[in-house]
Design a protein around this ligand. Sequence first.
Ligand SMILES: NC(=O)N[C@@H](CC(=O)O)C(=O)O
Ligand SMILES: [Zn+2]
Ligand SMILES: [Zn+2]
Length: 432
Amino acid sequence: MSTPTLLITGATLADGTTTDVLVTDGTISELGTGLDAPKDAERIDAGGLTLLPGLVDLHTHLREPGREDAETIATGAAAAAVGGFTAVLAMANTNPVTDTAEAAERVLDLGRAAGLVDVQPIGAVTKGLAGEELAELALMHRSRATVRVFSDDGRCVHDSRVMRRALEYVRAFGGVVSQHAQDPALAGASACCHEGELSGRLGLPGWPAVAESSVIARDAQLAQHTGSRVHVAHVSTAEGVEVVRWAKSRGIDLTAEVTPHHLLLTQDRLATYDPTFKVNPPLRPSEDVEAVRAALADGTIDAVATDHAPHARHDKEHAFVDAAFGMLGLETAFAVVHDTMVRSGAMDLATLVERMSVAPARIAGLTDHGRAVEAGAPANLVLVDTEATRTVDATASKSLSRNNPWDGMSLTGAVHTTILRGRVTARDGETA
Ligand SMILES: NC(=O)N[C@@H](CC(=O)O)C(=O)O
Ligand SMILES: [Zn+2]
Ligand SMILES: [Zn+2]
């Protein structure tokens, strides 16, 4: 598909400077003021808008194959484009699981067919996510999908021997294991919230913070022992942050992500037993929210990842203990992080770019994304309006699911236009 020349005029960059940007054949060809473009070029007046590298999500559940009633790759890609993303990593816990080269290539191809965002498959660590036998890690890497990130997300790789072998395997080709850090023995079968004073009051079975931090500690030591690389998915506790900080201080090759919901929502939302707020790891007390915010600001946590987890109504609309875990996140991530972290003064916009684009692209090895806005870089970009305040309307979502914890919330910072290799993929909440 040939892409027309695109001229973006009067855009402000994250550092506050203003420039025009000319995009030719999907690549940024020139920056400067008063740039010219051919008559038939597409033009975007970016006055008052900020131009950033497109967002990259390390952790998205797209549900295809297997649960196309909750999300398809096409609908999830649309939600991603509307949310300002140019690349998403699709989790492996589909049905069938992405545990072979063929399955990974299928996800890649469905993403290309949708054409709204680069969909990069994550491979399972173990066959069928069963936690026992390693999946075809090297074959998935050598496939057309070039899988570099492996995860049994939804489940913890709890067997230390399996985790050790996985780390040894992926080291050979510069891969990384993304761990859903949660000791299943401490997170009982019916546990559904944070264990503490509130879970007692609500009469809900919970699991403790140490179920997270103890696995992070073990994996940090296994990463050190194997000389390999581990990534911690959805860090949610102060204890978890403490272990990540310790591991980094020792020079261990460990990275970590936090979700928008763990940055903004607390366990107090559970007071009404609304299953929209049931998520794994669970919403935590405000002390934990403070800890993950501080860790994201100071770089202890490297990245924001949505853990966008769509669920069909018939899986979510149950008594709290029986409902599925997970909440939507792609379309609201930028606004939530901008509002919570940048508007509050905890970090600047350039740091947001680092956490939502540069670091996730680096962790996943996506060299076409997370690049500085400069000549020669692929034109994977997003224009945002940092002043716009919008009220989230769950019914307007591109996702097939409606488990949206942000519905009705007013947030400042809006995605205006998303651009994938020079082509506009979304504009003002609609795909283009
Ligand atoms: N986050 C969730 O609550 N649920 C995820 C699995 C996961 O990320 O652990 C899902 O697949 O629904
Ligand atoms: Zn998980
Ligand atoms: Zn997940």
